[in-house]
Design a protein around this ligand. Structure first.
Ligand SMILES: Nc1nc2c(ncn2[C@@H]2O[C@H](COP(=O)(O)OP(=O)(O)OP(=O)(O)O)[C@@H](O)[C@H]2O)c(=O)[nH]1
Ligand SMILES: [Mg+2]
Length: 193
């Protein structure tokens, strides 16, 4: 994908804030700190477009990015961070599930899981939820640079088994590993939209 433009469009806290114009959207989701914003920045060759931080739970809204004036990335808030107040945690579920259930132009849901860790109950719940929504989805195992080749292989096998996924893409925002493969899948989803 040639990126001619990539810009932050808006943060949305409720449905009425979602961009109105009909453009296909690719959404990135997963638990706090898994690397959602980093994956987006890596794909777009930018550093600070999607805000990353060492403080989990930083992204609390749906963040829309316009790419090439033709499609959007959506950075969803991370889940499962205990220090986020209860009211916000409830809000997370509602905000994200409303978006996933209602958004007609969502062409691909990318679920990120940390390649270093066993999938959590929340990872599995999100996966089940996406499975029931019956829309195109993909599992990406993040921070692959933190594992040896052997451990990464084991981790990918586990993810394929646990999520019953034919394909799991390993990704590193640090090294760019998996970047071309992920773009390829995104391009296919956009082409089919
Ligand atoms: N080594 C390594 N570190 C990474 C990678 N991706 C993200 N990180 C680090 O992990 C931390 C969290 O990354 P973010 O991209 O902010 O994670 P997030 O999922 O957007 O987090 P929230 O918005 O809080 O839900 C940051 O310190 C990143 O630098 C990666 O591929 N390799
Ligand atoms: Mg983030």
């Amino acid at each position: 994908m040639k990126i001619s433009s990539a810009e932050f469009l808006k943060s949305a806290f409720q449905e009425s804030d979602w961009p109105v114009e009909q453009k296909p959207e690719v959404a990135f989701m997963g638990r706090s700190n898994v690397g959602k914003s980093s994956v987006i920045n890596s794909l777009l060759n930018t550093r600070g477009l999607a805000r990353t931080s060492n403080t989990p739970g930083r992204t609390q809204s749906l963040n829309f990015f316009d790419i090439n004036n033709s499609f959007r990335f959506v950075d969803l808030p991370g889940f499962g961070y205990a220090r986020v107040p209860k009211s916000l945690r409830a809000g997370w579920g509602e905000m994200v599930t409303t978006y996933l259930a209602k958004r007609q132009q969502l062409v691909l849901s990318i679920q990120l899981v940390d390649s270093r860790h066993e999938p959590t109950t929340l990872d599995l719940q999100l996966h089940d939820w996406l499975e029931h929504s019956a829309k195109p989805r993909l599992i990406v195992a993040t921070k692959s640079d933190k594992l040896s080749n052997n451990d990464l292989k084991t981790s990918l096998e586990r993810a394929r088994r646990v999520f019953k996924a034919a394909n799991v893409i390993a990704f590193s925002a640090k090294s760019g590993h998996g970047r071309n493969e992920l773009w390829h899948t995104i391009e296919n989803a956009l082409a089919g939209s």
